[in-house]
Each structure stands twice: as C-alpha cells, then as structure tokens.
Write a protein that binds this ligand. Structure first.
Ligand code: GLN
Length: 381
C-alpha cells in the first residue's frame, strides 16, 4: 500500500496520556493529567440514574438537551451579564476538547493565521494545522506568563483570523486581568478577528479574583466562541460533557461540524446536569473548596526543594526545580515518576519549540492523603 501521508507529522501522543500511562505502569502517584481522585457528588450520580430510569436513553437533540441549554443561559446571564439564546447560541459538546476542535474547524480556512500563547494546551495547534491554518505562537515566560500585548499587536495582519485565549490558564494557573481585556479589546476593534476563549476552569479561581469571561464584554462576546466544561466543576472529567457558546452567526457554522463529528452528546448525563445546575451552590462553592487544596499543597511543597510559581486559578500548581537538577524538564519528570513515585507534566510539552524553563505542573485536585503522600515523596529529593 502507498504510505500514508501524515496530516500531523510532528505530532506524537499527548503528554497527558504518556504521563498517566507511565504513572500507572510504575505505580506512581499521578499528579500529571488533571483529574480528581475523589468522586463526583452522590446526588449527581442519583440524578443520572433517575434520568436513565425515566427513559432518557436515546439520542439527545443535536445541539443538546433543551433544559441544560436553558440552565447554561441562565447561569451565564447571572454571572457575566450576557444573554445567549439557548436555541441558537449554545451547543452541548463531548467535553471542552471537542468544542475547541469544532470551533477551529468551523471557521479556520487555509492560510488563516491564529495567534496562540505558549505554553498552550496541546489540542489548539493540531486543530489549526489540520485546517491548513498557520499557528502564530507567542511564548510567555515564568513566573507571571503575562501577555506582551505590544508583541501581539506586531503579529496581527490582514491574515489574522483568530486569537485563542485561556483563563484560568492551563498549565500556568495564571488568569487574565482587566488590563488584558482592555488591551485585547483595543487590538481587535474594527478588525476581522475572532476569539476562541477556553474557559473550562472558569469556576476554579482564587483569592477573590474575578473571572474575566469574554461574555462580560459585549465587544469581545460578539466575536467569541466560549468553551466551558462540566468535568472540572463537577469532578467528573470522565463524563466528557462540556459546551460552547457563541453568537448565532458563529454557532450555526459550529453546529454544521458538530452534527457530523459527534451528532449529539450522552443524553442521561445532560438531563442530570441540568437538574443539578438548579442549585447555584454546586459551582459557587468551588473556589473555596479548591483554594483550600491549593493552599494545603503549596504549604507542603514549601518544605521541598521545589520553588513555587503563583497559582490564581485552575487546579494546577507549577514549580521550578533549579535547586535540584539541570536536567531537561521532560527527563526530570520521567525520573521523578520512576525513581520518586510522583508524576508531573513537564511544561516544555506545551511549547512548539519545546522551550524548557525547568517548570513542572502538578495537579492538586486530589484527596488530602494523596497530597500528603506526594509531598512526603518529594521531600526525599
Ligand atoms: N485537561 C487535563 C489536563 O490538563 C487533561 C485533558 C486531557 O487529557 N486531554 O491535564
């Protein structure tokens, strides 16, 4: 047979799969891939069971279960002041990653340029390249990973079609501030530039900070796909249910792809989440819940030779390890998993050029005893 011409010749297996597999193989504590090791709420599980018993076991409507889209519209209006029409502007997806892929596929044409900020979540660039788009990446630097807006301005030209933002940010745990929003608004004004805003950690934000959703700012909202997730807030990453919100002119293109990519998403879970969302405390309580874990883990790490980077949101804590070794972060993360029994993600995996600032990312969405055990092992280094 003629050899297949790879569409993504430079792409290997995602770092999350690689590190989780290694952690399982050697029996390490897995603080690499981001997922909780505690269970989702029993009440939510009961609601799924009820939905199944009620017979919600056939295809959900293509855009998602109506009541869930309505709850999302209510939540968005209440939190961010934006009005989305559940019929035409909200679609339930099989997790955030599918929403991101679908949004990019829907609007990126060959030679369109897309600006991303690195370290960047690893699904953005491949989707852009598959569409023949050109990835324009701008590297950010620790400890603050602030976006240099003057450099963004220099990257913008007539081919710029999209800017991808992510706040709270994975992997760096930084957040966008009001000044970033002002800079962004000034840059895109009167330009044909769309925004893809990955907000899957919207409810995981700490120290009383505000989540600057694109939905708060009409001039940004009207050009944005906003991607969100239920896996993170409800401790159910394996359910793979998320959603995308966008103005109707964008959402109609999104749905053209969505209907042939997944058609529709797991029906009983959607009914259950819709019922669960009626209580706003299910998500409003999250900053306090995760902030405690963050503080607990940071206190533990302070005793080790790792140096803490700031953490304003998400469930990730990054550290530098210059006092420990000169190894590449990728090598050190392998050794850390095999020799010390703790798995982390090397941040160089999120840079196109593999830029290595000697930063590792740990996930602290874990039970206290898991965090204790991990710190105990890290103290041995
Ligand atoms: N969002 C999760 C993380 O950053 C993992 C997602 C995935 O494995 N695709 O670890």
């Amino acid at each position: 047979m003629t050899p297949i011409i790879s569409k993504l010749p430079q792409t290997g297996t995602t770092i999350f799969t690689v590190m989780s597999a290694l952690a399982n193989e050697v029996g390490a504590i897995n603080l690499s891939q981001g997922f909780p090791d505690f269970d989702t709420s029993p009440e939510l599980i009961k609601l799924v069971n009820t939905a199944m018993k009620k017979g919600h076991n056939q295809y959900a409507p293509m855009p998602g279960v109506q009541s869930l889209r309505e709850r999302i519209a209510e939540k968005t209006e209440k939190l961010y002041g934006a009005v989305y029409n559940p019929d035409t502007e909200i679609t339930i997806t099989a997790g955030g990653t599918q929403a991101i892929f679908t949004a990019i596929t829907a609007v990126i044409n060959p030679n369109d340029e897309v600006i991303i900020f690195e370290p960047a979540f690893d699904c953005y660039a491949p989707a852009i390249k598959l569409m023949g788009g050109i990835v324009k990446s701008l590297e950010l630097e620790p400890p603050d990973y602030r976006i240099p807006w003057d450099m963004v301005k220099r990257l913008i030209n007539s081919k710029t079609r999209m800017i991808i933002l992510n706040s709270p940010h994975n992997p760096t745990a930084t957040i966008l501030h009001k000044e970033d929003i002002d800079e962004l608004s000034a840059l895109v004004k009167n330009q044909d530039i769309l925004i893809l805003s990955d907000e899957v950690y919207e409810h995981l934000i700490y120290d009383g900070e505000t989540h600057h959703s694109m939905a708060r700012y009409p001039e940004l909202q009207q050009r944005s796909f906003i991607v969100a997730s239920f896996g993170k807030p409800f401790h159910a990453t394996g359910w793979k249910v998320g959603y995308c919100m966008a103005p109707a002119f964008l959402m109609s293109e999104f749905r053209k792809i969505h209907q042939f990519l997944v058609f529709s998403v797991n029906a009983p879970l959607q009914y259950a989440i819709a019922a669960y969302l009626k209580d706003e405390n299910t998500y409003l309580s999250l900053p306090e819940f995760f902030e405690k874990k963050r503080d607990y883990f940071r206190k533990g790490l302070e005793q080790t030779k790792f140096k803490l980077l700031p953490c304003s949101g998400s469930y990730f804590q990054s550290v530098t390890f210059d006092d420990i070794t000169n190894e590449k972060d990728s090598d050190f993360s392998l050794r850390l998993t095999k020799e010390f029994g703790v798995a982390a993600i090397p941040t160089s995996a999120f840079y196109t050029k593999g830029t290595d600032h000697h930063v590792l990312r740990f996930c602290f969405a874990k039970r206290q005893e898991t965090l204790d055990k991990a710190v105990e092992r890290l103290l041995k280094i």
